[in-house]
Design a protein around this ligand. Sequence first.
Ligand SMILES: *Cc1c(COP(=O)(O)O)cnc(C)c1O
Length: 428
Amino acid sequence: MLNLDKSIQLFNDASDLLPGGVNSPVRAFNSVGGTPPFIASGSGAYIEDVDGNRYIDYVLSYGPLIRGHAHPAVVSALQAAAARSTTYGAPNPHEVTLAKLVREMMPNIEMMRFVNSGTEATMSVTRLARAFTGKNGIIKFKGNYHGHADFFLVEAGSGVATLGLPNSPGVPSSAVADTLVAPFNDLEAVAATFAANKGKIGALIVEPISGNMGLVLPAAGFLEGLRDLCDANDALLIFDEVMTGFRCHRGGAQALYNVKPDLTALGKVIGGGLPVGAYGGRRDIMEMVAPIGPMYQAGTLSGNPLAMVAGIETLKGIQDEEVWEGFAEFGRILDDGIQQAAKKHNIPIQLNRVGSMQGFFFNDKPVTNYTTAATSDANRFRKFFHLMLEEGIYLAPSQFEAAFISTAHGPQEAARTIAAFERTFAQL
Ligand SMILES: *Cc1c(COP(=O)(O)O)cnc(C)c1O
């Protein structure tokens, strides 16, 4: 058994001070049970908790740390920037450097605005799309997560597409009255939603590769079909690449699948572990943003020099083709090892993988949308999760989260992880 004495003590104190003992609900162990380890430090592919337990980290702060924890280039850039003051509330040169780098990697982003989180990026980009089209209706997909803005907190009903009902108290039904929900990978349902709401839909927002129902890839032609439907209905196509941006491919899902969104939301990797988000896209749309246009959006700490240099050093580290070959190689080795262990112990498992993102489900059928993801075996996952933690493998405490690797994850970590899967599957 893991010794978690200090974590348990901290969790008791935290639970008195912070709702659920955490500052973001995904970190709590509600769905798997037990106490989350409190992390004291991280280095490369590893994190260490306050009791001295060491883990190979496949969460990486839910995506941002694509170069691993405390990468020396990121740390030294941060130290140098901090010594020049942490914020000015005035333009700084790093904003220009990061913006150039982002546009070079994602040329569809002709102009952009930096914000402080993915939630801010998706919230602001939707305001912009509504301002530009003059239409309030938005289509989103069941099981796609776009942050916690009111109008995204919608539960999908069954059937083709359902008019949204708020799934959090505190969200007024008026806030979600214009949010329509369709099943992922179902173009017919999207077409029907457009048809049933003619002239009302300003934008469709999608995680082009869904990472918030576990990892689910778009079916062949799905993203192209969304592009066509948006064009046919005078609606803007928004890719929420907060997770996929710079994780599935150097240029995001839009480069990987060669589909051009009008607007893109970014977060996570773009800040290299500091709070950054961005939204951007077509110049004619972005020129609506204040101060050159009437769409108001602002931020005291946006473009903050610390956050910008962390983003710059992080993106610089994933430019070379070898980096992406390394991710693919690591993924192949891991998948092969997991498949073999699963076969040997007769455990039905589905593996999805792209770039530096992995997903696995205890399921005997392919997972293609939220409904199929939800049929995965939650009890088995719960047991599996705790056994893996004891093996020193840190995964997200939910089957509906993707796993992430970094440039610091190498053959040694792959071998240790596969051995842990092997021993764990033997006990399931
Ligand atoms: C994480 C995430 C968000 C929200 O980003 P935060 O920085 O947590 O606010 C939005 N969209 C997607 C696809 C995400 O994965």
